[in-house]
Design a protein around this ligand. Structure first.
Ligand code: SF4
Length: 335
């Protein structure tokens, strides 16, 4: 059952209204950041940059796998290649390359966001249809294949992609039309706070075919605000709606500055939406060193014994009798 839309509305949050207008350009087109105008790494074209999800040097590891589990409290969980391998076959290391496109606006301004704030407000944007995005992805994939590299992960990031749920669905459908769903996985990164508003604006209810399509989309969401924040109701309602629509949801938090009460409350909120959600939660240390972060407030860095993931593991063991990342997240069902 979808909850009533939270108190976060375009009237109370001008950034939401503005960001929604920027990303939804009209006539089946959407606004993306021209990546050649950013300081982000791996830029290939204005539409795409390349990214290696699992990196031992950067301590981004699939720590739900037995060979990395000892590092689960010090490394950033990065498990997209594991999920892709589960869906497409092969080993995770066969799928350790993503092409990322960034929509041109977001309704939040997180202090640790690695995107320049100007690029969360439509600066340096261009417009393209979902079909054009997929055509560019295919061209990049072909070029990489000539050099012996395999590209099987298309990631839509931002900005906030779920300002335009229709973009995500249309990209998935364009992959399907090209017969690519057995060799490409679509991953979307979202803060989820915009979904109830944007979904309603885009028509409100998926058809049966749309819901089936959504189930093939991996939705990675960082819950940027704790349960006692004014942003939480919109995030919580977006999470519940995402599950109802059918997205395969992978939640995460940073939470370096969260209190124990906020952690306990998060567990209660997540388990109420779906018993599987707390077990899917990634607790990331957010050790980031992107240029855009150089002059922003630094988050407090806890000692290893006080790491948020250690505290979360304590809650999981006490309330669910299970360890943190006890098994790969895609194996945990969401009902
Ligand atoms: S929600 Fe994501 S894209 Fe938006 S400001 Fe926060 S980190 Fe950046």
């Amino acid at each position: 059952m979808v909850r009533k839309e939270a108190l976060v509305t375009p009237e109370t949050r001008p950034l939401l209204r503005r960001a929604h207008q920027i990303v939804n350009s009209g006539d089946g087109e959407y606004a993306f950041t021209d990546l050649r105008r950013t300081t982000l790494g791996g830029v290939q074209t204005r539409q795409f940059r390349l990214f290696t999800p699992v990196s031992r040097r950067r301590m981004r590891l699939p720590t739900s796998l037995p060979e990395f589990t000892e590092l689960r409290h010090v490394a950033n969980l990065s498990d997209s290649p594991v999920t892709v391998a589960a869906q497409l076959g092969g080993q995770w290391s066969d799928h350790n390359l993503a092409a990322i496109t960034h929509v041109a606006a977001c309704n939040f301004r997180c202090s640790y966001c690695y995107v320049d704030y100007a690029h969360l407000a439509g600066a340096d944007h261009f417009v393209a249809s979902a079909d054009a995005v997929v055509a560019e992805f295919v061209a990049l994939r072909v070029a990489l294949r000539r050099t012996g590299r395999r590209l099987s992960l298309l990631r839509v990031s931002g900005g906030e992609p779920l300002l335009a749920p229709s973009l995500v669905l249309e990209i998935y459908q364009a992959l399907a039309v090209r017969g690519l769903l057995d060799s490409v996985v679509l991953k979307v990164e979202s803060n989820l706070s915009t979904l109830t508003y944007a979904w309603r604006r885009s028509g409100g209810h998926p058809g049966a075919g749309d819901s089936a399509a959504m189930r093939g989309i991996k939705l990675h969401t960082t819950l940027h605000h704790p349960p006692d924040s004014r942003e939480w109701p919109a995030i919580r309602d977006g999470l519940a709606l995402a599950l109802e629509i059918g997205f395969d949801v992978f939640p995460a938090i940073g939470a370096n500055d969260w209190t124990t009460t906020q952690f306990e409350s998060l567990y209660s909120e997540l388990v109420r939406i779906s018993p599987g959600l707390p077990l899917r939660l990634a607790v990331r240390p957010f050790h980031l060193d992107y240029p855009a972060l150089a002059d922003r407030r630094r988050l407090p860095q806890p000692t290893p014994g006080e790491a948020p993931s250690v505290r979360w593991e304590g809650i999981l063991r006490r309330r669910a009798d299970v360890g943190y990342l006890a098994e790969p997240r895609h194996l945990i069902p969401l009902t």
